[in-house]
Ligand binder design. Structure first.
Ligand SMILES: Cc1ncc(COP(=O)(O)O)c(C=O)c1O
Ligand SMILES: N[C@H](CCC[C@H](N)C(=O)O)C(=O)O
Length: 422
């Protein structure tokens, strides 16, 4: 893609749910059944390209946790982003998808011994991998295992931002060494490791003015810290991810170029390279969740549309009260003319919070209707569980390749005594 295409109308900053090809989604649901995640790998590549165009001189790392699927990771690797991994499991996935060690950053948060053991073992074959560390104890535990490789020190910037209090990471004491102790921890780390960077992350879903102001504060603080400890001795200053996408149909898309300019300005002059690590921005609008209505129940307040996907497939509404656009692919602008009214889309899980929307104005559902839930590509399948003994859904690419098989009931019980062993 040319620079013009990367930034222009051919690569818009958001693909809205209304823009997905309804006929194709219907076909995929027919072939693969529901609930079904559909992932558009071309859109993943476009999002990567837009990030690289906005941050041409930066190291752009993909936060793997947003969507860990092999096909997504391969697409991201080919599009030139590095991999930021939250666990040994994610590091393994990055290696398996072909990322070399030099493009892998393991952000260790209270890392279990097993994770550290594995990563130190893999370091033999991948001596250029970077371990990001947010506590002195973690430095000691790495040293005890003979690790003396590349380290990045994670700082708690005391500045949080994001779509919900549970994701304002930068203000949570769990993450990173306190800002005013960072220089001391870096000095200690320099005695024992190759310190290549410093890192902080404000939180997830940075969108409005307040979040952007917090992001700028964080970046400015990281610029100051880097200069204090010697930016010429660092390879990079990582200011985290968190770039938001619009979940409401009429929310504007993030102006990524403006965010990039503000980031550079807040960082100030540095010898070290800027690094960013978005997850959601790369995959959110590249995925939809398809689910079918199986029960329609009129009540005085709302029509309940019982569907075959639940909070076990897409946890975000239950966990964060997150809004996801929902489109009935058989009614309204996508199908039959129908009256609209307040509709509650409810899953099959025995939990009051197992709804995708409550009393939202939608075409009144019929049994058998196919619904699409938008922006399901980020933290969708990744946060799926088998609660209520529900097998996890399948995932296919928009092109029709099965990316993840539907889990079976035998799969759900296979690890337990007396469970299925197939
Ligand atoms: C350290 C770190 N980096 C990056 C991210 C990615 O955040 P987002 O998906 O909002 O870009 C997260 C959130 O999960 C994170 O904790
Ligand atoms: N770990 C991320 C938050 C992930 C949020 C995500 N799970 C969501 O669905 O919004 C962070 O600290 O910024």
């Amino acid at each position: 893609m040319s620079d013009e295409q990367l930034r222009g109308a051919e690569n818009p900053p958001i693909r809205r749910l209304a823009e997905w090809d309804v006929e194709r989604l219907r076909e995929l649901a027919g072939e693969h059944d529901t609930p079904l995640y559909v992932t558009d790998l071309d859109r993943v590549a476009e999002n990567c390209a837009r990030l690289r165009a906005a941050f041409p001189d930066a190291d752009v790392k993909y936060a793997v946790k947003a969507h860990t699927g092999r096909a997504v990771l391969e697409t991201v690797r080919e599009a030139g982003l590095d991999a930021e991994c939250a666990s040994a499991g994610e590091v393994r996935r990055a290696f398996d998808a072909g990322f070399p060690g030099a493009r892998v950053d393991y952000t260790a948060v209270n890392p279990p011994a097993r994770d550290l053991d594995s990563v130190v073992e893999w370091w033999d074959d991948h001596p250029d991998l970077t371990v990001t560390v947010g506590a002195r104890d973690t430095l000691d535990r790495l040293a005890e295992r003979g690790y003396d490789g590349r380290v990045c020190v994670r700082v708690n910037p005391g500045v949080g931002a994001g779509h919900h209090e549970k994701v304002r990471t930068g203000a949570a004491p769990k993450f990173g060494v306190p800002y005013d102790r960072a220089a001391e921890v870096v000095a200690d780390a320099r005695d024992r490791f190759e310190v290549v960077g410093v890192h902080a992350h404000a939180g997830s879903g940075i969108h409005g003015e307040a979040d952007l102001a917090a992001h700028r504060d964080l970046v400015a603080r990281m610029g100051e810290l880097a200069r204090e400890i010697g930016d010429d001795e660092l390879e990079f200053v990582d200011v985290g991810g968190g770039f938001g996408v619009p979940y409401h149909e009429d929310d504007p898309a993030l102006d990524l170029d403006a965010v990039a300019d503000a980031t550079r300005e807040a960082l100030g002059d540095l010898d070290a390279t800027l690094a960013v690590e978005p997850g959601r921005y790369v995959v959110a609008d590249a995925g939809v969740l398809l689910t079918r209505v199986n029960t329609v129940k009129p009540t005085p307040e709302t029509t309940v549309a019982g569907v075959d996907a639940g909070m076990t497939d897409l946890l975000r509404p239950a966990m964060y009260d997150a809004y996801h656009a929902i489109r009935n692919l058989d009614a309204g602008d996508a199908g039959d003319a129908r009256e609209t009214g307040p509709v509650t889309v409810a899953g099959p899980i025995c939990e009051t919070g197992d709804t995708f929307c409550d009393g939202r104005e939608l075409p009144l559902p019929d049994r058998g209707d196919l619904l699409a839930v938008g922006n399901a590509g980020a933290y969708g399948y990744e946060m799926a569980s088998t609660y209520n003994s529900r097998p996890r859904p399948a995932e296919v690419s928009l092109a029709g390749d099965v990316l993840r098989e539907r889990e079976t009931l035998a799969g759900v019980t296979k690890l337990e005594r007396g469970g299925a062993d197939e």
